[in-house]
Design a protein around this ligand. Structure first.
Ligand SMILES: C[S@@+](CC[C@H](N)C(=O)[O-])C[C@H]1O[C@@H](n2cnc3c(N)ncnc32)[C@H](O)[C@@H]1O
Length: 321
């Protein structure tokens, strides 16, 4: 069954209370642990790893399902694909879903952190692996390689995409979904003077200072082309922040993004702003509180851009298309 459409809970327009209970907003996030994990591996690693609460990754998966109208990816793969790789699989939720959609395929998920469940469909396996080291997968062995939401965790995108090219079979597809950590509004309702805009600006500044940029999502085409892929497809879509849109799907995505963002403000910002920019904890707390308040306002029509790519490894001359 190819790229099955998943049913997402219909729910009301605002976030379903069941999701709120699932998320448990009263549960504190251990920001110190997050950042120690983020910074310890190479001294400038910004991946969230195991400290990024798994529940939030699952909500992000839900937002992607809404965005892709229930599909798991966009690459036009054949129905009979045999091997799928999910790089930086997180909780493995995508890998598990894709394994259920393609029950005869073998699905491998890799991650730095062992946060995947052990009860999974028989055709899924997980490996602890750094996607930035030299891959040990055989050449020409996957039909589909999926990369999602690794922004901030990858230093060398050219190398990552090049290794994916090598591991794909001729005719295989890469499918990438990455977000820009930039908040925008098309109607001027996000003032550059606002705390919300300031928060995003400072987090980017802090990340740049650590040599890791969060804004790569829009410019992955060049790495995909350089690797040798064909039929490169790139689409920019918007995910609203908050419940300001009138349209139902947009409003629902915005509600879920707000839910995850609210809880990520400290996890993302506190350590970066204190350690990289030398800001004081009370100053950052004040900024975060004000930014959170502003993010809830329906008068601020903000969104972030999501970049969706897919591309095909060319067939060898004698291969059938
Ligand atoms: C924001 S989560 C996204 C998870 C998953 N791709 C998804 O969309 O649900 C990022 C994940 O990438 C993993 N990660 C970051 N850098 C990595 C690397 N170099 N190699 C393997 N995994 C990495 C983190 O451990 C984390 O689980």
């Amino acid at each position: 069954m190819a790229n099955t459409t998943h049913t997402v809970p219909a729910g009301p327009l605002e976030v379903d209370p069941a999701w709120l209970r699932f998320l448990n907003p009263s549960e504190p996030i251990d920001t110190r642990m997050g950042v120690d994990t983020m910074l310890s591996r190479t001294g400038r690693e910004l991946s969230f790893g195991a400290s990024y609460p798994s529940k939030r990754l699952d909500i992000i998966h839900h937002i992607y399902l809404l965005l892709l109208d229930g599909k798991l990816f966009r690459a036009p793969v054949r129905d009979d694909i045999q091997r799928i790789l999910d790089v930086g699989t997180g909780t493995g939720i995508w890998a598990i879903d894709v394994a259920e959609s393609f029950p005869t395929a073998e699905v491998v998920g890799t991650d730095l952190s062992p946060i995947q469940p052990s009860w999974v469909p028989p055709n899924v396996s997980f490996q602890i692996d750094d996607a930035e080291s030299v891959w040990t997968f055989s050449r020409d062995s996957f039909d589909l390689i999926h990369i999602r939401h690794l922004n901030g965790g990858i230093k060398d995108w050219g190398k990552l995409i090049g290794q994916a090219f090598t591991a794909l079979k001729p005719g295989g597809w890469i499918d990438i979904a990455e977000y820009e950590f930039i908040l925008k509004s098309d109607d001027g309702t996000l003032s550059p003077e606002s705390n919300l805009a300031k928060y995003y600006r400072l987090v980017n500044e802090a990340a740049d200072k650590l040599g890791q940029e969060f804004k790569i999502a829009s410019s992955l085409d060049r790495f995909i082309l350089d690797a040798g892929f064909d039929k490169v497809h790139h689409e920019e879509t918007k995910i609203p922040l908050g419940t300001w849109p009138a349209e139902k799907k947009q409003k629902e995505m915005g509600a879920f993004l707000l839910l995850t963002t609210e809880n990520a403000f400290e996890a993302f910002g506190m350590a970066l702003l204190t350690r990289s920019l030398g800001m004081g904890i009370p100053e950052v707390e004040e900024l975060i509180t004000a930014a959170k308040r502003e993010s809830r306002s329906k008068k601020t029509h903000t969104y972030s851009s999501q970049h969706l790519y897919y591309a095909q490894k060319p067939f060898k001359k004698a291969d059938p298309e």
